[in-house]
Ligand binder design. Structure first.
Ligand SMILES: [Zn+2]
Length: 126
């Protein structure tokens, strides 16, 4: 293979510009219910869990928590499922199986009171 060396300064600049453009395009979305670019504000509780289902503007996350049964003096695991709005700027990044963080927001619909804020981990291959 022949090595291409000595790229001109202009070429480098063009590449840089393209990269910046791509970043801006990704960083902005027109979703009015986006906590970063829209008017949606978050408040209250935050949860972390794995995405079990993905819809165009919604994800379902599931996580385990430990509850205490007083009568039996034992702990048990319980699973909680929560529906969260998926902002347009995160729609490409978050997929089923990913570990994500969601934050409480105003009720967006009957079942959606949370919004996905960031992705914490990829799907674990087994
Ligand atoms: Zn956004």
């Amino acid at each position: 293979m022949e090595k291409v060396k000595g790229k001109t300064h202009k070429e480098k600049e063009e590449k840089k510009e393209k990269r910046i453009e791509a970043k801006v395009a990704l960083a902005v979305c027109k979703d009015k219910n986006c906590p970063f670019h829209g008017k949606l504000s978050t408040r209250g509780r935050k949860f972390r869990g794995y995405v079990t289902k993905k819809f165009p503007t919604r994800v379902v996350i599931e996580f385990e928590r430990i509850i205490y049964y007083k009568k039996y003096e034992r702990y048990a695991k319980a699973r909680t499922k929560l529906h969260a709005h998926l902002p347009a700027c995160l729609a490409d990044k978050i997929n089923v199986g990913d570990y994500v963080e969601i934050a409480e927001c105003r009720p967006l619909s009957k079942i959606i009171h949370f919004v996905a804020t960031r992705k914490l981990g990829e799907k674990e291959e087994k």
